[in-house]
Design a protein around this ligand. Structure first.
Ligand code: FES
Length: 143
């Protein structure tokens, strides 16, 4: 499906990934427009229901981007987020969806270029996987 443009939801920590996305914009670094950024005070705020709801609402891919390990402003929010992403990967597998549709990344606020790379990487990956399907059925926007 060559004209498929995936919808990707990015849950970004205010202190790092969101600032990195802002920096990428200020540096005029180009990246695919497929991502919708959701600002969080810390990635520790994500939970499995929130992450699965993004898929239910039509996302083809999701990523969580938090501070570098050991640098979370709430001590271990990013470590909790990492565990939740791993859990959702298992849930996706159970419903017959590729677990690569969700990923956790760690970056600092100075990594605007890395943020753009992550968006490119996820967009390429999800384009290859195609639209999200659960047990052979497409998501809400594809029906
Ligand atoms: Fe950034 Fe916790 S404050 S991940």
């Amino acid at each position: 499906m060559s004209d498929f443009e995936p919808k990707i939801v990015a849950y970004c920590c205010n202190f790092c990934a969101f600032a990195a996305a802002d920096l990428a914009g200020a540096m005029r670094v180009q990246y695919p427009p497929n991502v919708r950024i959701i600002l969080l005070p810390c990635t520790g705020k994500v939970d499995a229901i929130l992450l699965m709801k993004a898929f239910e609402d039509g996302a083809d891919g999701v990523f969580v981007a938090g501070c570098m390990e050991g640098e979370c402003h709430f001590v271990e929010g990013n470590l909790r987020a990492k565990k939740k992403v791993a859990y959702v990967k298992r849930l996706l597998e159970e419903v017959g969806t590729d677990p690569q549709r969700i990923e956790m990344f760690n970056l600092s606020s100075a990594m605007g270029g890395r943020f753009a790379e992550i968006v490119e990487e996820m967009t390429k990956r999800i384009k290859e996987l195609g639209p999200v399907e659960v047990d052979g059925e497409r998501g809400p926007e594809e029906k």
